[in-house]
Design a protein. Structure first.
Length: 106
């Protein structure tokens, strides 16, 4: 039995970024922010991040860490679970829309 060497980093071609999840979470954040009439820059300041970073989160270009999700939720005066639940609902809605689209193509 040969021992395999351990290589640093991810294997070539692998990724941990899940675009659909990031978009669903970003849409949830944007929805709550806009319901509160809060500017993106204000939310970013309250969460302690750059406005451009918040923009990336809302556009689904960045999937935030758990710590950042908590900071965003605190800035929005809601629970992190509320944001995750809304993101989950967005994913389910997207999946349902995708299935509906498949049915209409037949």
């Amino acid at each position: 039995m040969t021992k395999r060497s351990i290589k640093k980093g991810r294997p070539p071609g692998s990724t941990t970024f899940q675009r659909t999840t990031a978009i669903a979470f970003g849409d949830a954040v944007r929805s709550v922010r806009m319901q509160q009439g809060m500017a993106q820059e204000t939310l970013a300041n309250l969460a302690g991040i750059e406005r451009s970073h918040m923009g990336k989160v809302e556009r689904g270009e960045h999937l935030p860490t758990l710590a950042l999700i908590f900071r965003i939720a605190k800035a929005l005066k809601c629970g992190a679970g509320d944001l995750v639940t809304a993101a989950e609902r967005n994913l389910q809605d997207d999946e349902a829309d995708s299935i509906q689209g498949d049915r209409h193509e037949d």
